[in-house]
Design a protein around this ligand. Structure first.
Ligand code: FE2
Ligand code: FE2
Length: 374
């Protein structure tokens, strides 16, 4: 294939999309790749798992819903969507307010890494598996995530930076998660991704004067891809009722708390970005948590009590501890070290406080099937 004149939006497989990105990698920037290489509690990670266990899943119990979802993904409604067209307004990167520029680039790099993290994991599952149902699903999801990551990289390239995805694949550290943790974490990251993208999209639909970059115009179709990916993980979990009952409910609560809290802290590190969007990060957080909670009732028997006063107070404490931790790291020395320990203890306590807020229980529906309705 001649990838030189192709665009990752038109690629029909993850491999093809990545080959196109590799061709463009000569323009990629060292600093952006270094940012994407970081592994902290708050930065997107790469995952690996027990692929044989995943390969052994039998989707017969959910066959009807499964076939319908796969058929929809095979029909590929978003082929060709993720590329610049006449709707792509020119951006004056040099004229952008420096703090906004910094935070927005950070947002794009982090989003690109997260999209690519999905691509790497899904592609690996497709490569290692023999189960036709499972490998087909993972191939389709890898295709979508390669397009998403490629498109964000296109936007970054205009700012003179881009992430070297090939380098990341080779060099970024992989975190091992047991399959069930992959289900909880990935299901939630797909559904929260949908909720985040659609909330911004709807907000900018009502307030187009805040759309300071054209990429937001692509968020609607984008979030529909993430929605389907979440549906697929809900079906995978539905094949085994043990995954969503007994002691596993405590794990589900842990992942819900961790995913929500991480989003809250990360978003509060980008005040200029949210101000430019005309979005209050507290409002945005609650909106996204409410949507994600409503969706996750399709498969999780509990939701977090995000209306409890302890919830918002705990998030604020966690965010403050994290900001203090950041300052202490920069300060260094003995005083910095002492402040770092204190901030870490406060962060752990705040997280535990969030975790122990009693959850709300639900009865699970017979079918997980949902349509994107926001
Ligand atoms: Fe994606
Ligand atoms: Fe996704």
């Amino acid at each position: 294939m001649n990838v030189q004149n192709m665009h990752s939006a038109d690629a029909t497989t993850a491999e093809e999309g990545l080959a196109i990105q590799a061709e463009q990698a000569k323009f990629d920037s060292k600093a952006a790749t270094e940012t994407a290489m970081q592994n902290t509690l708050l930065t997107p990670r790469f995952y690996t798992t027990d692929f044989d266990e995943l390969d052994a899943i039998d989707v017969s119990p959910v066959r009807d819903d499964w076939d319908r979802l796969i058929a929809q993904m095979v029909s590929d409604p978003n082929k060709g969507h993720f590329k610049k067209n006449e709707d792509w307004d020119r951006i004056d990167w040099d004229g952008m307010e420096p703090q906004l520029r910094k935070e927005f680039i950070d947002f794009l790099i982090s989003s690109c890494t997260a999209e690519f993290s999905g691509c790497v994991l899904y592609k690996e599952m497709k490569r290692r598996g023999t189960n036709k149902d499972v490998t087909q699903l993972f191939q389709l999801m890898a295709r979508d995530e390669a397009r998403h990551a490629g498109f964000i990289n296109d936007a970054l390239r205009e700012a003179g930076v881009a992430v070297n995805l090939g380098f990341l694949t080779q060099k970024k550290k992989y975190t091992y998660f047991r399959p069930k943790f992959i289900y909880y974490a990935t299901y939630l990251s797909e559904k929260i991704g949908y909720a985040r993208y659609i909330t911004i999209y709807r907000h900018l639909e009502a307030h187009p004067e805040h759309r300071f970059h054209p990429i937001f115009k692509w968020f609607q179709e984008w979030c529909n891809d993430e929605f389907s990916h979440g549906e697929a993980f809900a079906l995978l979990m539905k094949t085994d009722p043990k995954l969503t009952s007994g002691v596993n409910v405590l794990w589900i609560k842990f992942f819900l708390t961790a995913v929500f809290a991480t989003m809250y802290v990360r978003d509060h590190q980008r005040p200029a970005f949210h101000k430019a969007l005309g979005v209050d990060p507290d409002w945005y957080g609650q909106e996204v948590f409410a949507k994600t909670s409503a969706l996750s009732k399709q498969i999780f028997p509990i939701t977090l009590d995000i209306d409890s006063p302890r919830w918002s107070a705990g998030l604020k404490r966690l965010q403050k501890a994290n900001a203090d931790l950041d300052r202490a790291r920069k300060q260094g020395g003995v005083a910095g070290f002492a402040r770092r320990i204190s901030a870490q203890v406060r962060a752990v306590t705040a997280f535990a406080g969030l975790y122990f807020i009693p959850a709300k229980k639900h009865r699970l529906p017979a079918s997980t099937r949902l349509e994107p309705a926001y």
